[in-house]
Design a protein around this ligand. Structure first.
Ligand SMILES: Nc1ncnc2c1ncn2[C@@H]1O[C@H](COP(=O)(O)OP(=O)(O)OP(=O)(O)O)[C@@H](O)[C@H]1O
Ligand SMILES: [Mg+2]
Ligand SMILES: [Zn+2]
Length: 456
């Protein structure tokens, strides 16, 4: 028998045994198994050799493929449906991942309660006892006769239970706590996680049951266990947020049935998670007035514009190399903006510590937030507050120029809705927009114009 060695931590496969995994650096994590190549050769041999036969073709034209339009079930939680692309697709497998204690089980229990109105839901926990779940359900007000709770780790018993109850939706909390008797490796190891996921995915595709799997993240923030898990499932959602803040965001990393741009916003409280349909108000509500270094920006997340607040603080450094800290905005992006301001506006950041932050634990990835970030930097450097009624967006290039961004109209509408009276945006976008009464649209050619905004 030909064998190979697999790292139980990250899934790295090698032809010889290692004491330390060359991929993830973990010690003593290799175990031996029969080579996958050998297994596939074996199974191939047992198949009939059909190279010479002229069977009917098994492929079909796209128009001839039948499907039933049963499609999506709304979860009753709009923000979650938004991320999924409009609800759970029958027979799909969704992986929900996030840091410990962020609220994964809470969210799924609340979803159970809503889904129970449409059909049977089976919630399987490998981490808590049924009594603990009951306690949480009481706190969250989850009480639906269609929701079944099972505390179980063995995948065979789980499949049996799915067959008995025949639910529409199955929730597995979490995939790392499940195990398959047929494999000797320990719970949570790559082999076990992969095997259990394969069994469940097989079941989902076969019976059309939808599955939501919880996946833990490791120290580095990636989904623990094999990366292959992400390839196997239909959608990967991340549940993120600062535990110090009440706000939680669900983001799609991958979605076979919808866009990955949408985010869902929630607030965590005593009674569980509540949806926040209009996040802008929430994000702006605690904005300090008359303090230098805070600049609002309108970003577009999927189909929805959101107003966030970029904050920057600059202080003279006491270190040989000045400190740079960035949270919520890419570190390299802030370094680039500092370099542009230093070069084009002659600001001396090299003797300053710079801290950049996005309020309420939001994460901004759009280039449109460049201008606001630069504006916040200039404001704190000059120690002049940004006017309360001013909002800024646009991408900043290396020459200090301001470049146009998508969805200008949507951003303006949201800013106007929230009462901003002055909107500074890329010069090149000005032609394409309609005038709004009582609102002053300010063209930005480059970082010079940002500086001028403060002097007015
Ligand atoms: N009594 C309570 N009142 C308010 N909030 C609570 C209460 N109990 C728990 N929480 C919130 O719920 C969070 C835990 O949620 P939950 O158990 O759903 O997280 P999880 O992501 O499933 O965690 P794990 O990875 O440990 O399974 C806590 O961090 C806390 O914010
Ligand atoms: Mg949990
Ligand atoms: Zn490894």
């Amino acid at each position: 028998m030909k064998t190979e060695f697999i790292c139980e931590n990250c899934g790295y496969v090698a032809s010889k045994w290692y004491g330390r995994c060359p991929q993830c650096g973990e010690w003593n994590c290799f175990s031996e198994r029969e080579s996958e190549v050998a297994v596939s050769v074996k199974t191939k041999k047992s198949r009939p050799n059909n190279s010479a036969t002229t069977e009917k073709p098994k492929s079909a034209r796209i128009k001839d493929i039948s499907f039933n339009e049963k499609e999506r079930t709304g979860t009753g939680i709009g923000e979650f449906d938004r991320v999924l692309g409009g609800g759970i697709v029958a027979g799909s497998v969704v992986l929900l991942s996030g840091e410990p204690g962020i609220g994964k089980s809470t969210l799924l229990l609340q979803i159970c309660s809503q889904l129970g109105n449409h059909g049977k839901v089976l919630y399987i926990t490998g981490e808590e006892s049924s009594a603990q779940i009951k306690l949480r359900c009481r706190r969250l007000g989850v009480d639906n006769d269609n929701v079944f709770i099972l505390s179980e780790n063995n995948i065979d018993s789980i499949i049996t239970e799915i067959n008995t109850i025949a639910p529409e939706v199955v929730i597995i909390d979490s995939i790392q706590t499940m195990y398959d008797d047929n494999y000797p490796s320990s719970q949570g190891s790559v082999t076990q996680v992969r095997q259990c996921a394969l069994r469940l995915i097989g079941k989902a595709k076969e019976d059309g049951v939808s599955m939501l799997l919880v996946g833990h993240v490791n120290k580095e923030g990636a989904i623990a266990g094999p990366k292959v898990l992400e390839h196997m499932v239909d959608a990967v959602l991340y549940f993120e947020g600062d535990k110090q803040h009440a706000y939680r965001i669900v983001r799609a990393e991958k979605n076979r049935y919808g866009s990955t741009n949408e985010i869902g916003v929630f607030e965590m409280g005593e009674e569980g998670l509540t949806e926040i349909e209009k996040p802008s108000e929430m994000l702006l509500s605690q904005r300090p007035k008359g303090v230098p270094g805070n600049c609002p920006v309108c970003v577009v997340e999927g189909s929805r514009p959101i107003i966030a607040e970029v904050q920057c603080l600059v202080t003279p450094t006491v270190y040989p190399t000045p400190r740079r800290m960035s949270s919520g905005i890419d570190y390299n992006r802030t370094a680039l903006l500092l370099a542009v301001l230093e070069k084009r506006l002659g600001m001396k950041f090299s003797s300053q510590d710079v801290y950049v932050n996005v309020a309420a634990g939001m994460r901004l990835i759009e280039p449109a937030c460049d201008a606001a970030c630069a504006m916040a930097m200039i404001s704190t450097y000059k120690n002049i507050p940004i006017p309360d009624d001013l909002i800024v967006f646009g991408e900043i290039g290396l020459a200090g120029e301001c470049r146009s961004v998508s969805n200008t109209g949507q951003r303006i509408n949201e800013a106007v809705r929230l009462g901003f009276k002055r909107i500074a945006l890329p010069y090149h976008s000005i032609k394409s927009i309609k005038a709004v009464e009582g609102v002053n649209i300010i063209p930005l050619r480059g970082v010079f114009d940002l500086l001028k905004l403060l002097d007015e």
